[in-house]
Design a protein around this ligand. Structure first.
Ligand SMILES: Cc1ncc(COP(=O)(O)O)c(C=O)c1O
Length: 445
């Protein structure tokens, strides 16, 4: 997506400098230092409202915590009526900290440890999604020992005819879910097990979808499987979860998901559902992360050095792939393309230079933007990387090179507040077991 369009839509208070939540970046950088992540609360709300008004009321929205796990963001969505999809005991802890009612938590994701399953059962969360037969058996055993009936949905890996998404997570060989071809065995096991309450199925085949038709084809396929399961078990399912996957535009040719078209398709889709007795009383669920959080976030870094090497200009900034792996093109991208990036303090100035914006790490992978056209760039300028609210800070190798982890700030109505402090060098020693008398003795010299 083009930077100017993005600024116009998401950060309209901007003039010569970018304003996030109505606060100018210079003020943000002075108040909180750089590098940092800033989230605009009104964008989070707007994305929620857009999604809520696009999906029929029969669909429940669970925010996927992995996209951005800061409890302050979770609280924004919880206040709007969201549930939370978690993928670890750590995320459960964050969901509880944010005040999520236990019935509104569902636990998906492969490789749940026995300890995590036990914690989730003890917490009596709404649903646990089994990703394999082994996991289903493990849940049954632990629930039996705790004298509980576990509320379980089975995640299904559909067969090949529903595909899509830049990162496909289903429809082929994958570690996620139970292959559709072997689902019946898992269903029979779940039904025969007194410590399992089979509540539903879960399908999720791909993230970063911008094509409404691909999304709808996944939903139609999911509905077909859900109907077959309801027939086999002889009653409607309690829940059918279509996963996340709604994308946002990152790159120049990306077109945003057409929400008007999606709404029209969904309203036809839900008419079919309403008319089908297989789905009487069934709750439909989606669990998006990126769509809700990505566009609200901006990563801000300050230019420390501008150097020319063999005719090429490099602007070296104070944070890079250690804080924002995705923007550096190293989080699953096959072709490295620039996220929307701008000099946040010179928005109205004409472009004059072509630069590579690089981070401070000792690796050629640490590039935040390649061959970017910018106004004359100087030491002290602030660089903004947009679309940084999801899979950014929490999906980055924060410990690589032991720089302090960046803080997070939530801005709204011209006010900004710190929602995660900046890391300290001491953080890197906190968990270290270190005993080396020779070095300790030398250090006293
Ligand atoms: C089980 C599950 N649910 C939801 C999501 C959120 O996906 P997205 O951010 O694409 O909406 C993911 C992402 O990987 C996931 O694995």
């Amino acid at each position: 997506m083009q930077v100017q369009q993005l600024i116009g839509e998401m950060f309209p208070a901007s003039n010569h400098q970018l304003h996030i939540g109505g606060v100018g970046v210079q003020k943000l950088a002075e108040q909180f230092g750089t590098p940092l992540f800033v989230y605009d609360e009104s964008v989070l709300r707007r994305k929620w409202e857009l999604l809520r008004s696009t999906f029929p009321p029969r669909f429940h929205i669970y925010y996927s915590v992995k996209a951005n796990p800061n409890p302050n963001l979770l609280a924004v969505f919880l206040a709007q009526g969201a549930g939370l999809e978690i993928a670890s005991a750590g995320e459960l802890h964050l969901a509880q900290e944010a005040g999520c009612p236990r019935s509104r938590i569902l636990f998906a994701g492969p490789g749940k440890t026995p300890a995590e399953i036990e914690i989730a059962l003890q917490a009596r969360i709404g649903e646990i999604h089994a990703e394999s037969l082994t996991e289903l058996e493990r849940i049954a055993t632990i629930a039996g020992r705790l004298n509980q009936t576990a509320p379980v949905a089975l995640r299904v890996n559909p067969n090949g005819d529903a595909q899509g998404g830049a990162m496909r997570m289903g429809g082929k060989a994958t570690p996620f879910g139970i292959d559709e071809e072997t689902l019946d065995g898992a269903l029979d096991y779940a039904l025969s097990c007194s410590s399992i309450e089979l509540r539903g199925i879960h399908l999720f085949a791909g993230t970063q979808l911008l094509d409404c038709e691909i999304l709808m084809s996944q939903y139609r396929k999911g509905l077909q499987i859900a109907r077959r399961v309801a027939e086999r078990i002889g009653r409607p399912l309690h829940s059918v979860d279509f996963g996340g996957g709604l994308g946002v535009p990152y790159f120049p040719n990306d077109q945003p998901l057409d929400m008007v078209l999606l709404k029209a398709c969904l309203s036809e889709f839900v008419q079919q559902i309403d008319a089908d007795p297989h789905f009487t009383g069934t709750r439909f669920v989606i669990e998006p992360g990126r769509f809700l959080a990505a566009e609200a976030g901006v990563y801000l870094a300050r230019v420390l050095d501008v150097k020319v090497s063999r005719g090429k200009i490099f602007a070296i900034v104070d944070g890079g792939m250690n804080h924002h792996l995705a923007a550096s093109g190293n989080l699953g991208q096959t072709i490295k393309r620039n996220f929307p990036v701008a000099v946040a303090t010179k928005l109205l100035q004409p472009e004059a230079d072509t630069v590579d914006i690089v981070g401070p790490l000792c690796t050629p992978l640490d590039v935040l933007a390649r061959s970017l056209a910018v106004p004359p760039i100087e030491v002290g300028d602030l660089i903004a990387v947009f679309q940084s609210g999801a899979y950014a800070r929490s999906a980055s190798p924060l410990g690589f090179l032991s720089h302090p982890a960046p803080p997070e700030v939530l801005a709204a109505d011209g006010e900004a507040r710190l929602i995660r402090r900046r890391g300290e060098v001491a953080d890197y020693l906190r968990d270290v077991e270190f005993a080396c008398p020779a070095i300790a003795a030398n250090s006293q010299e």
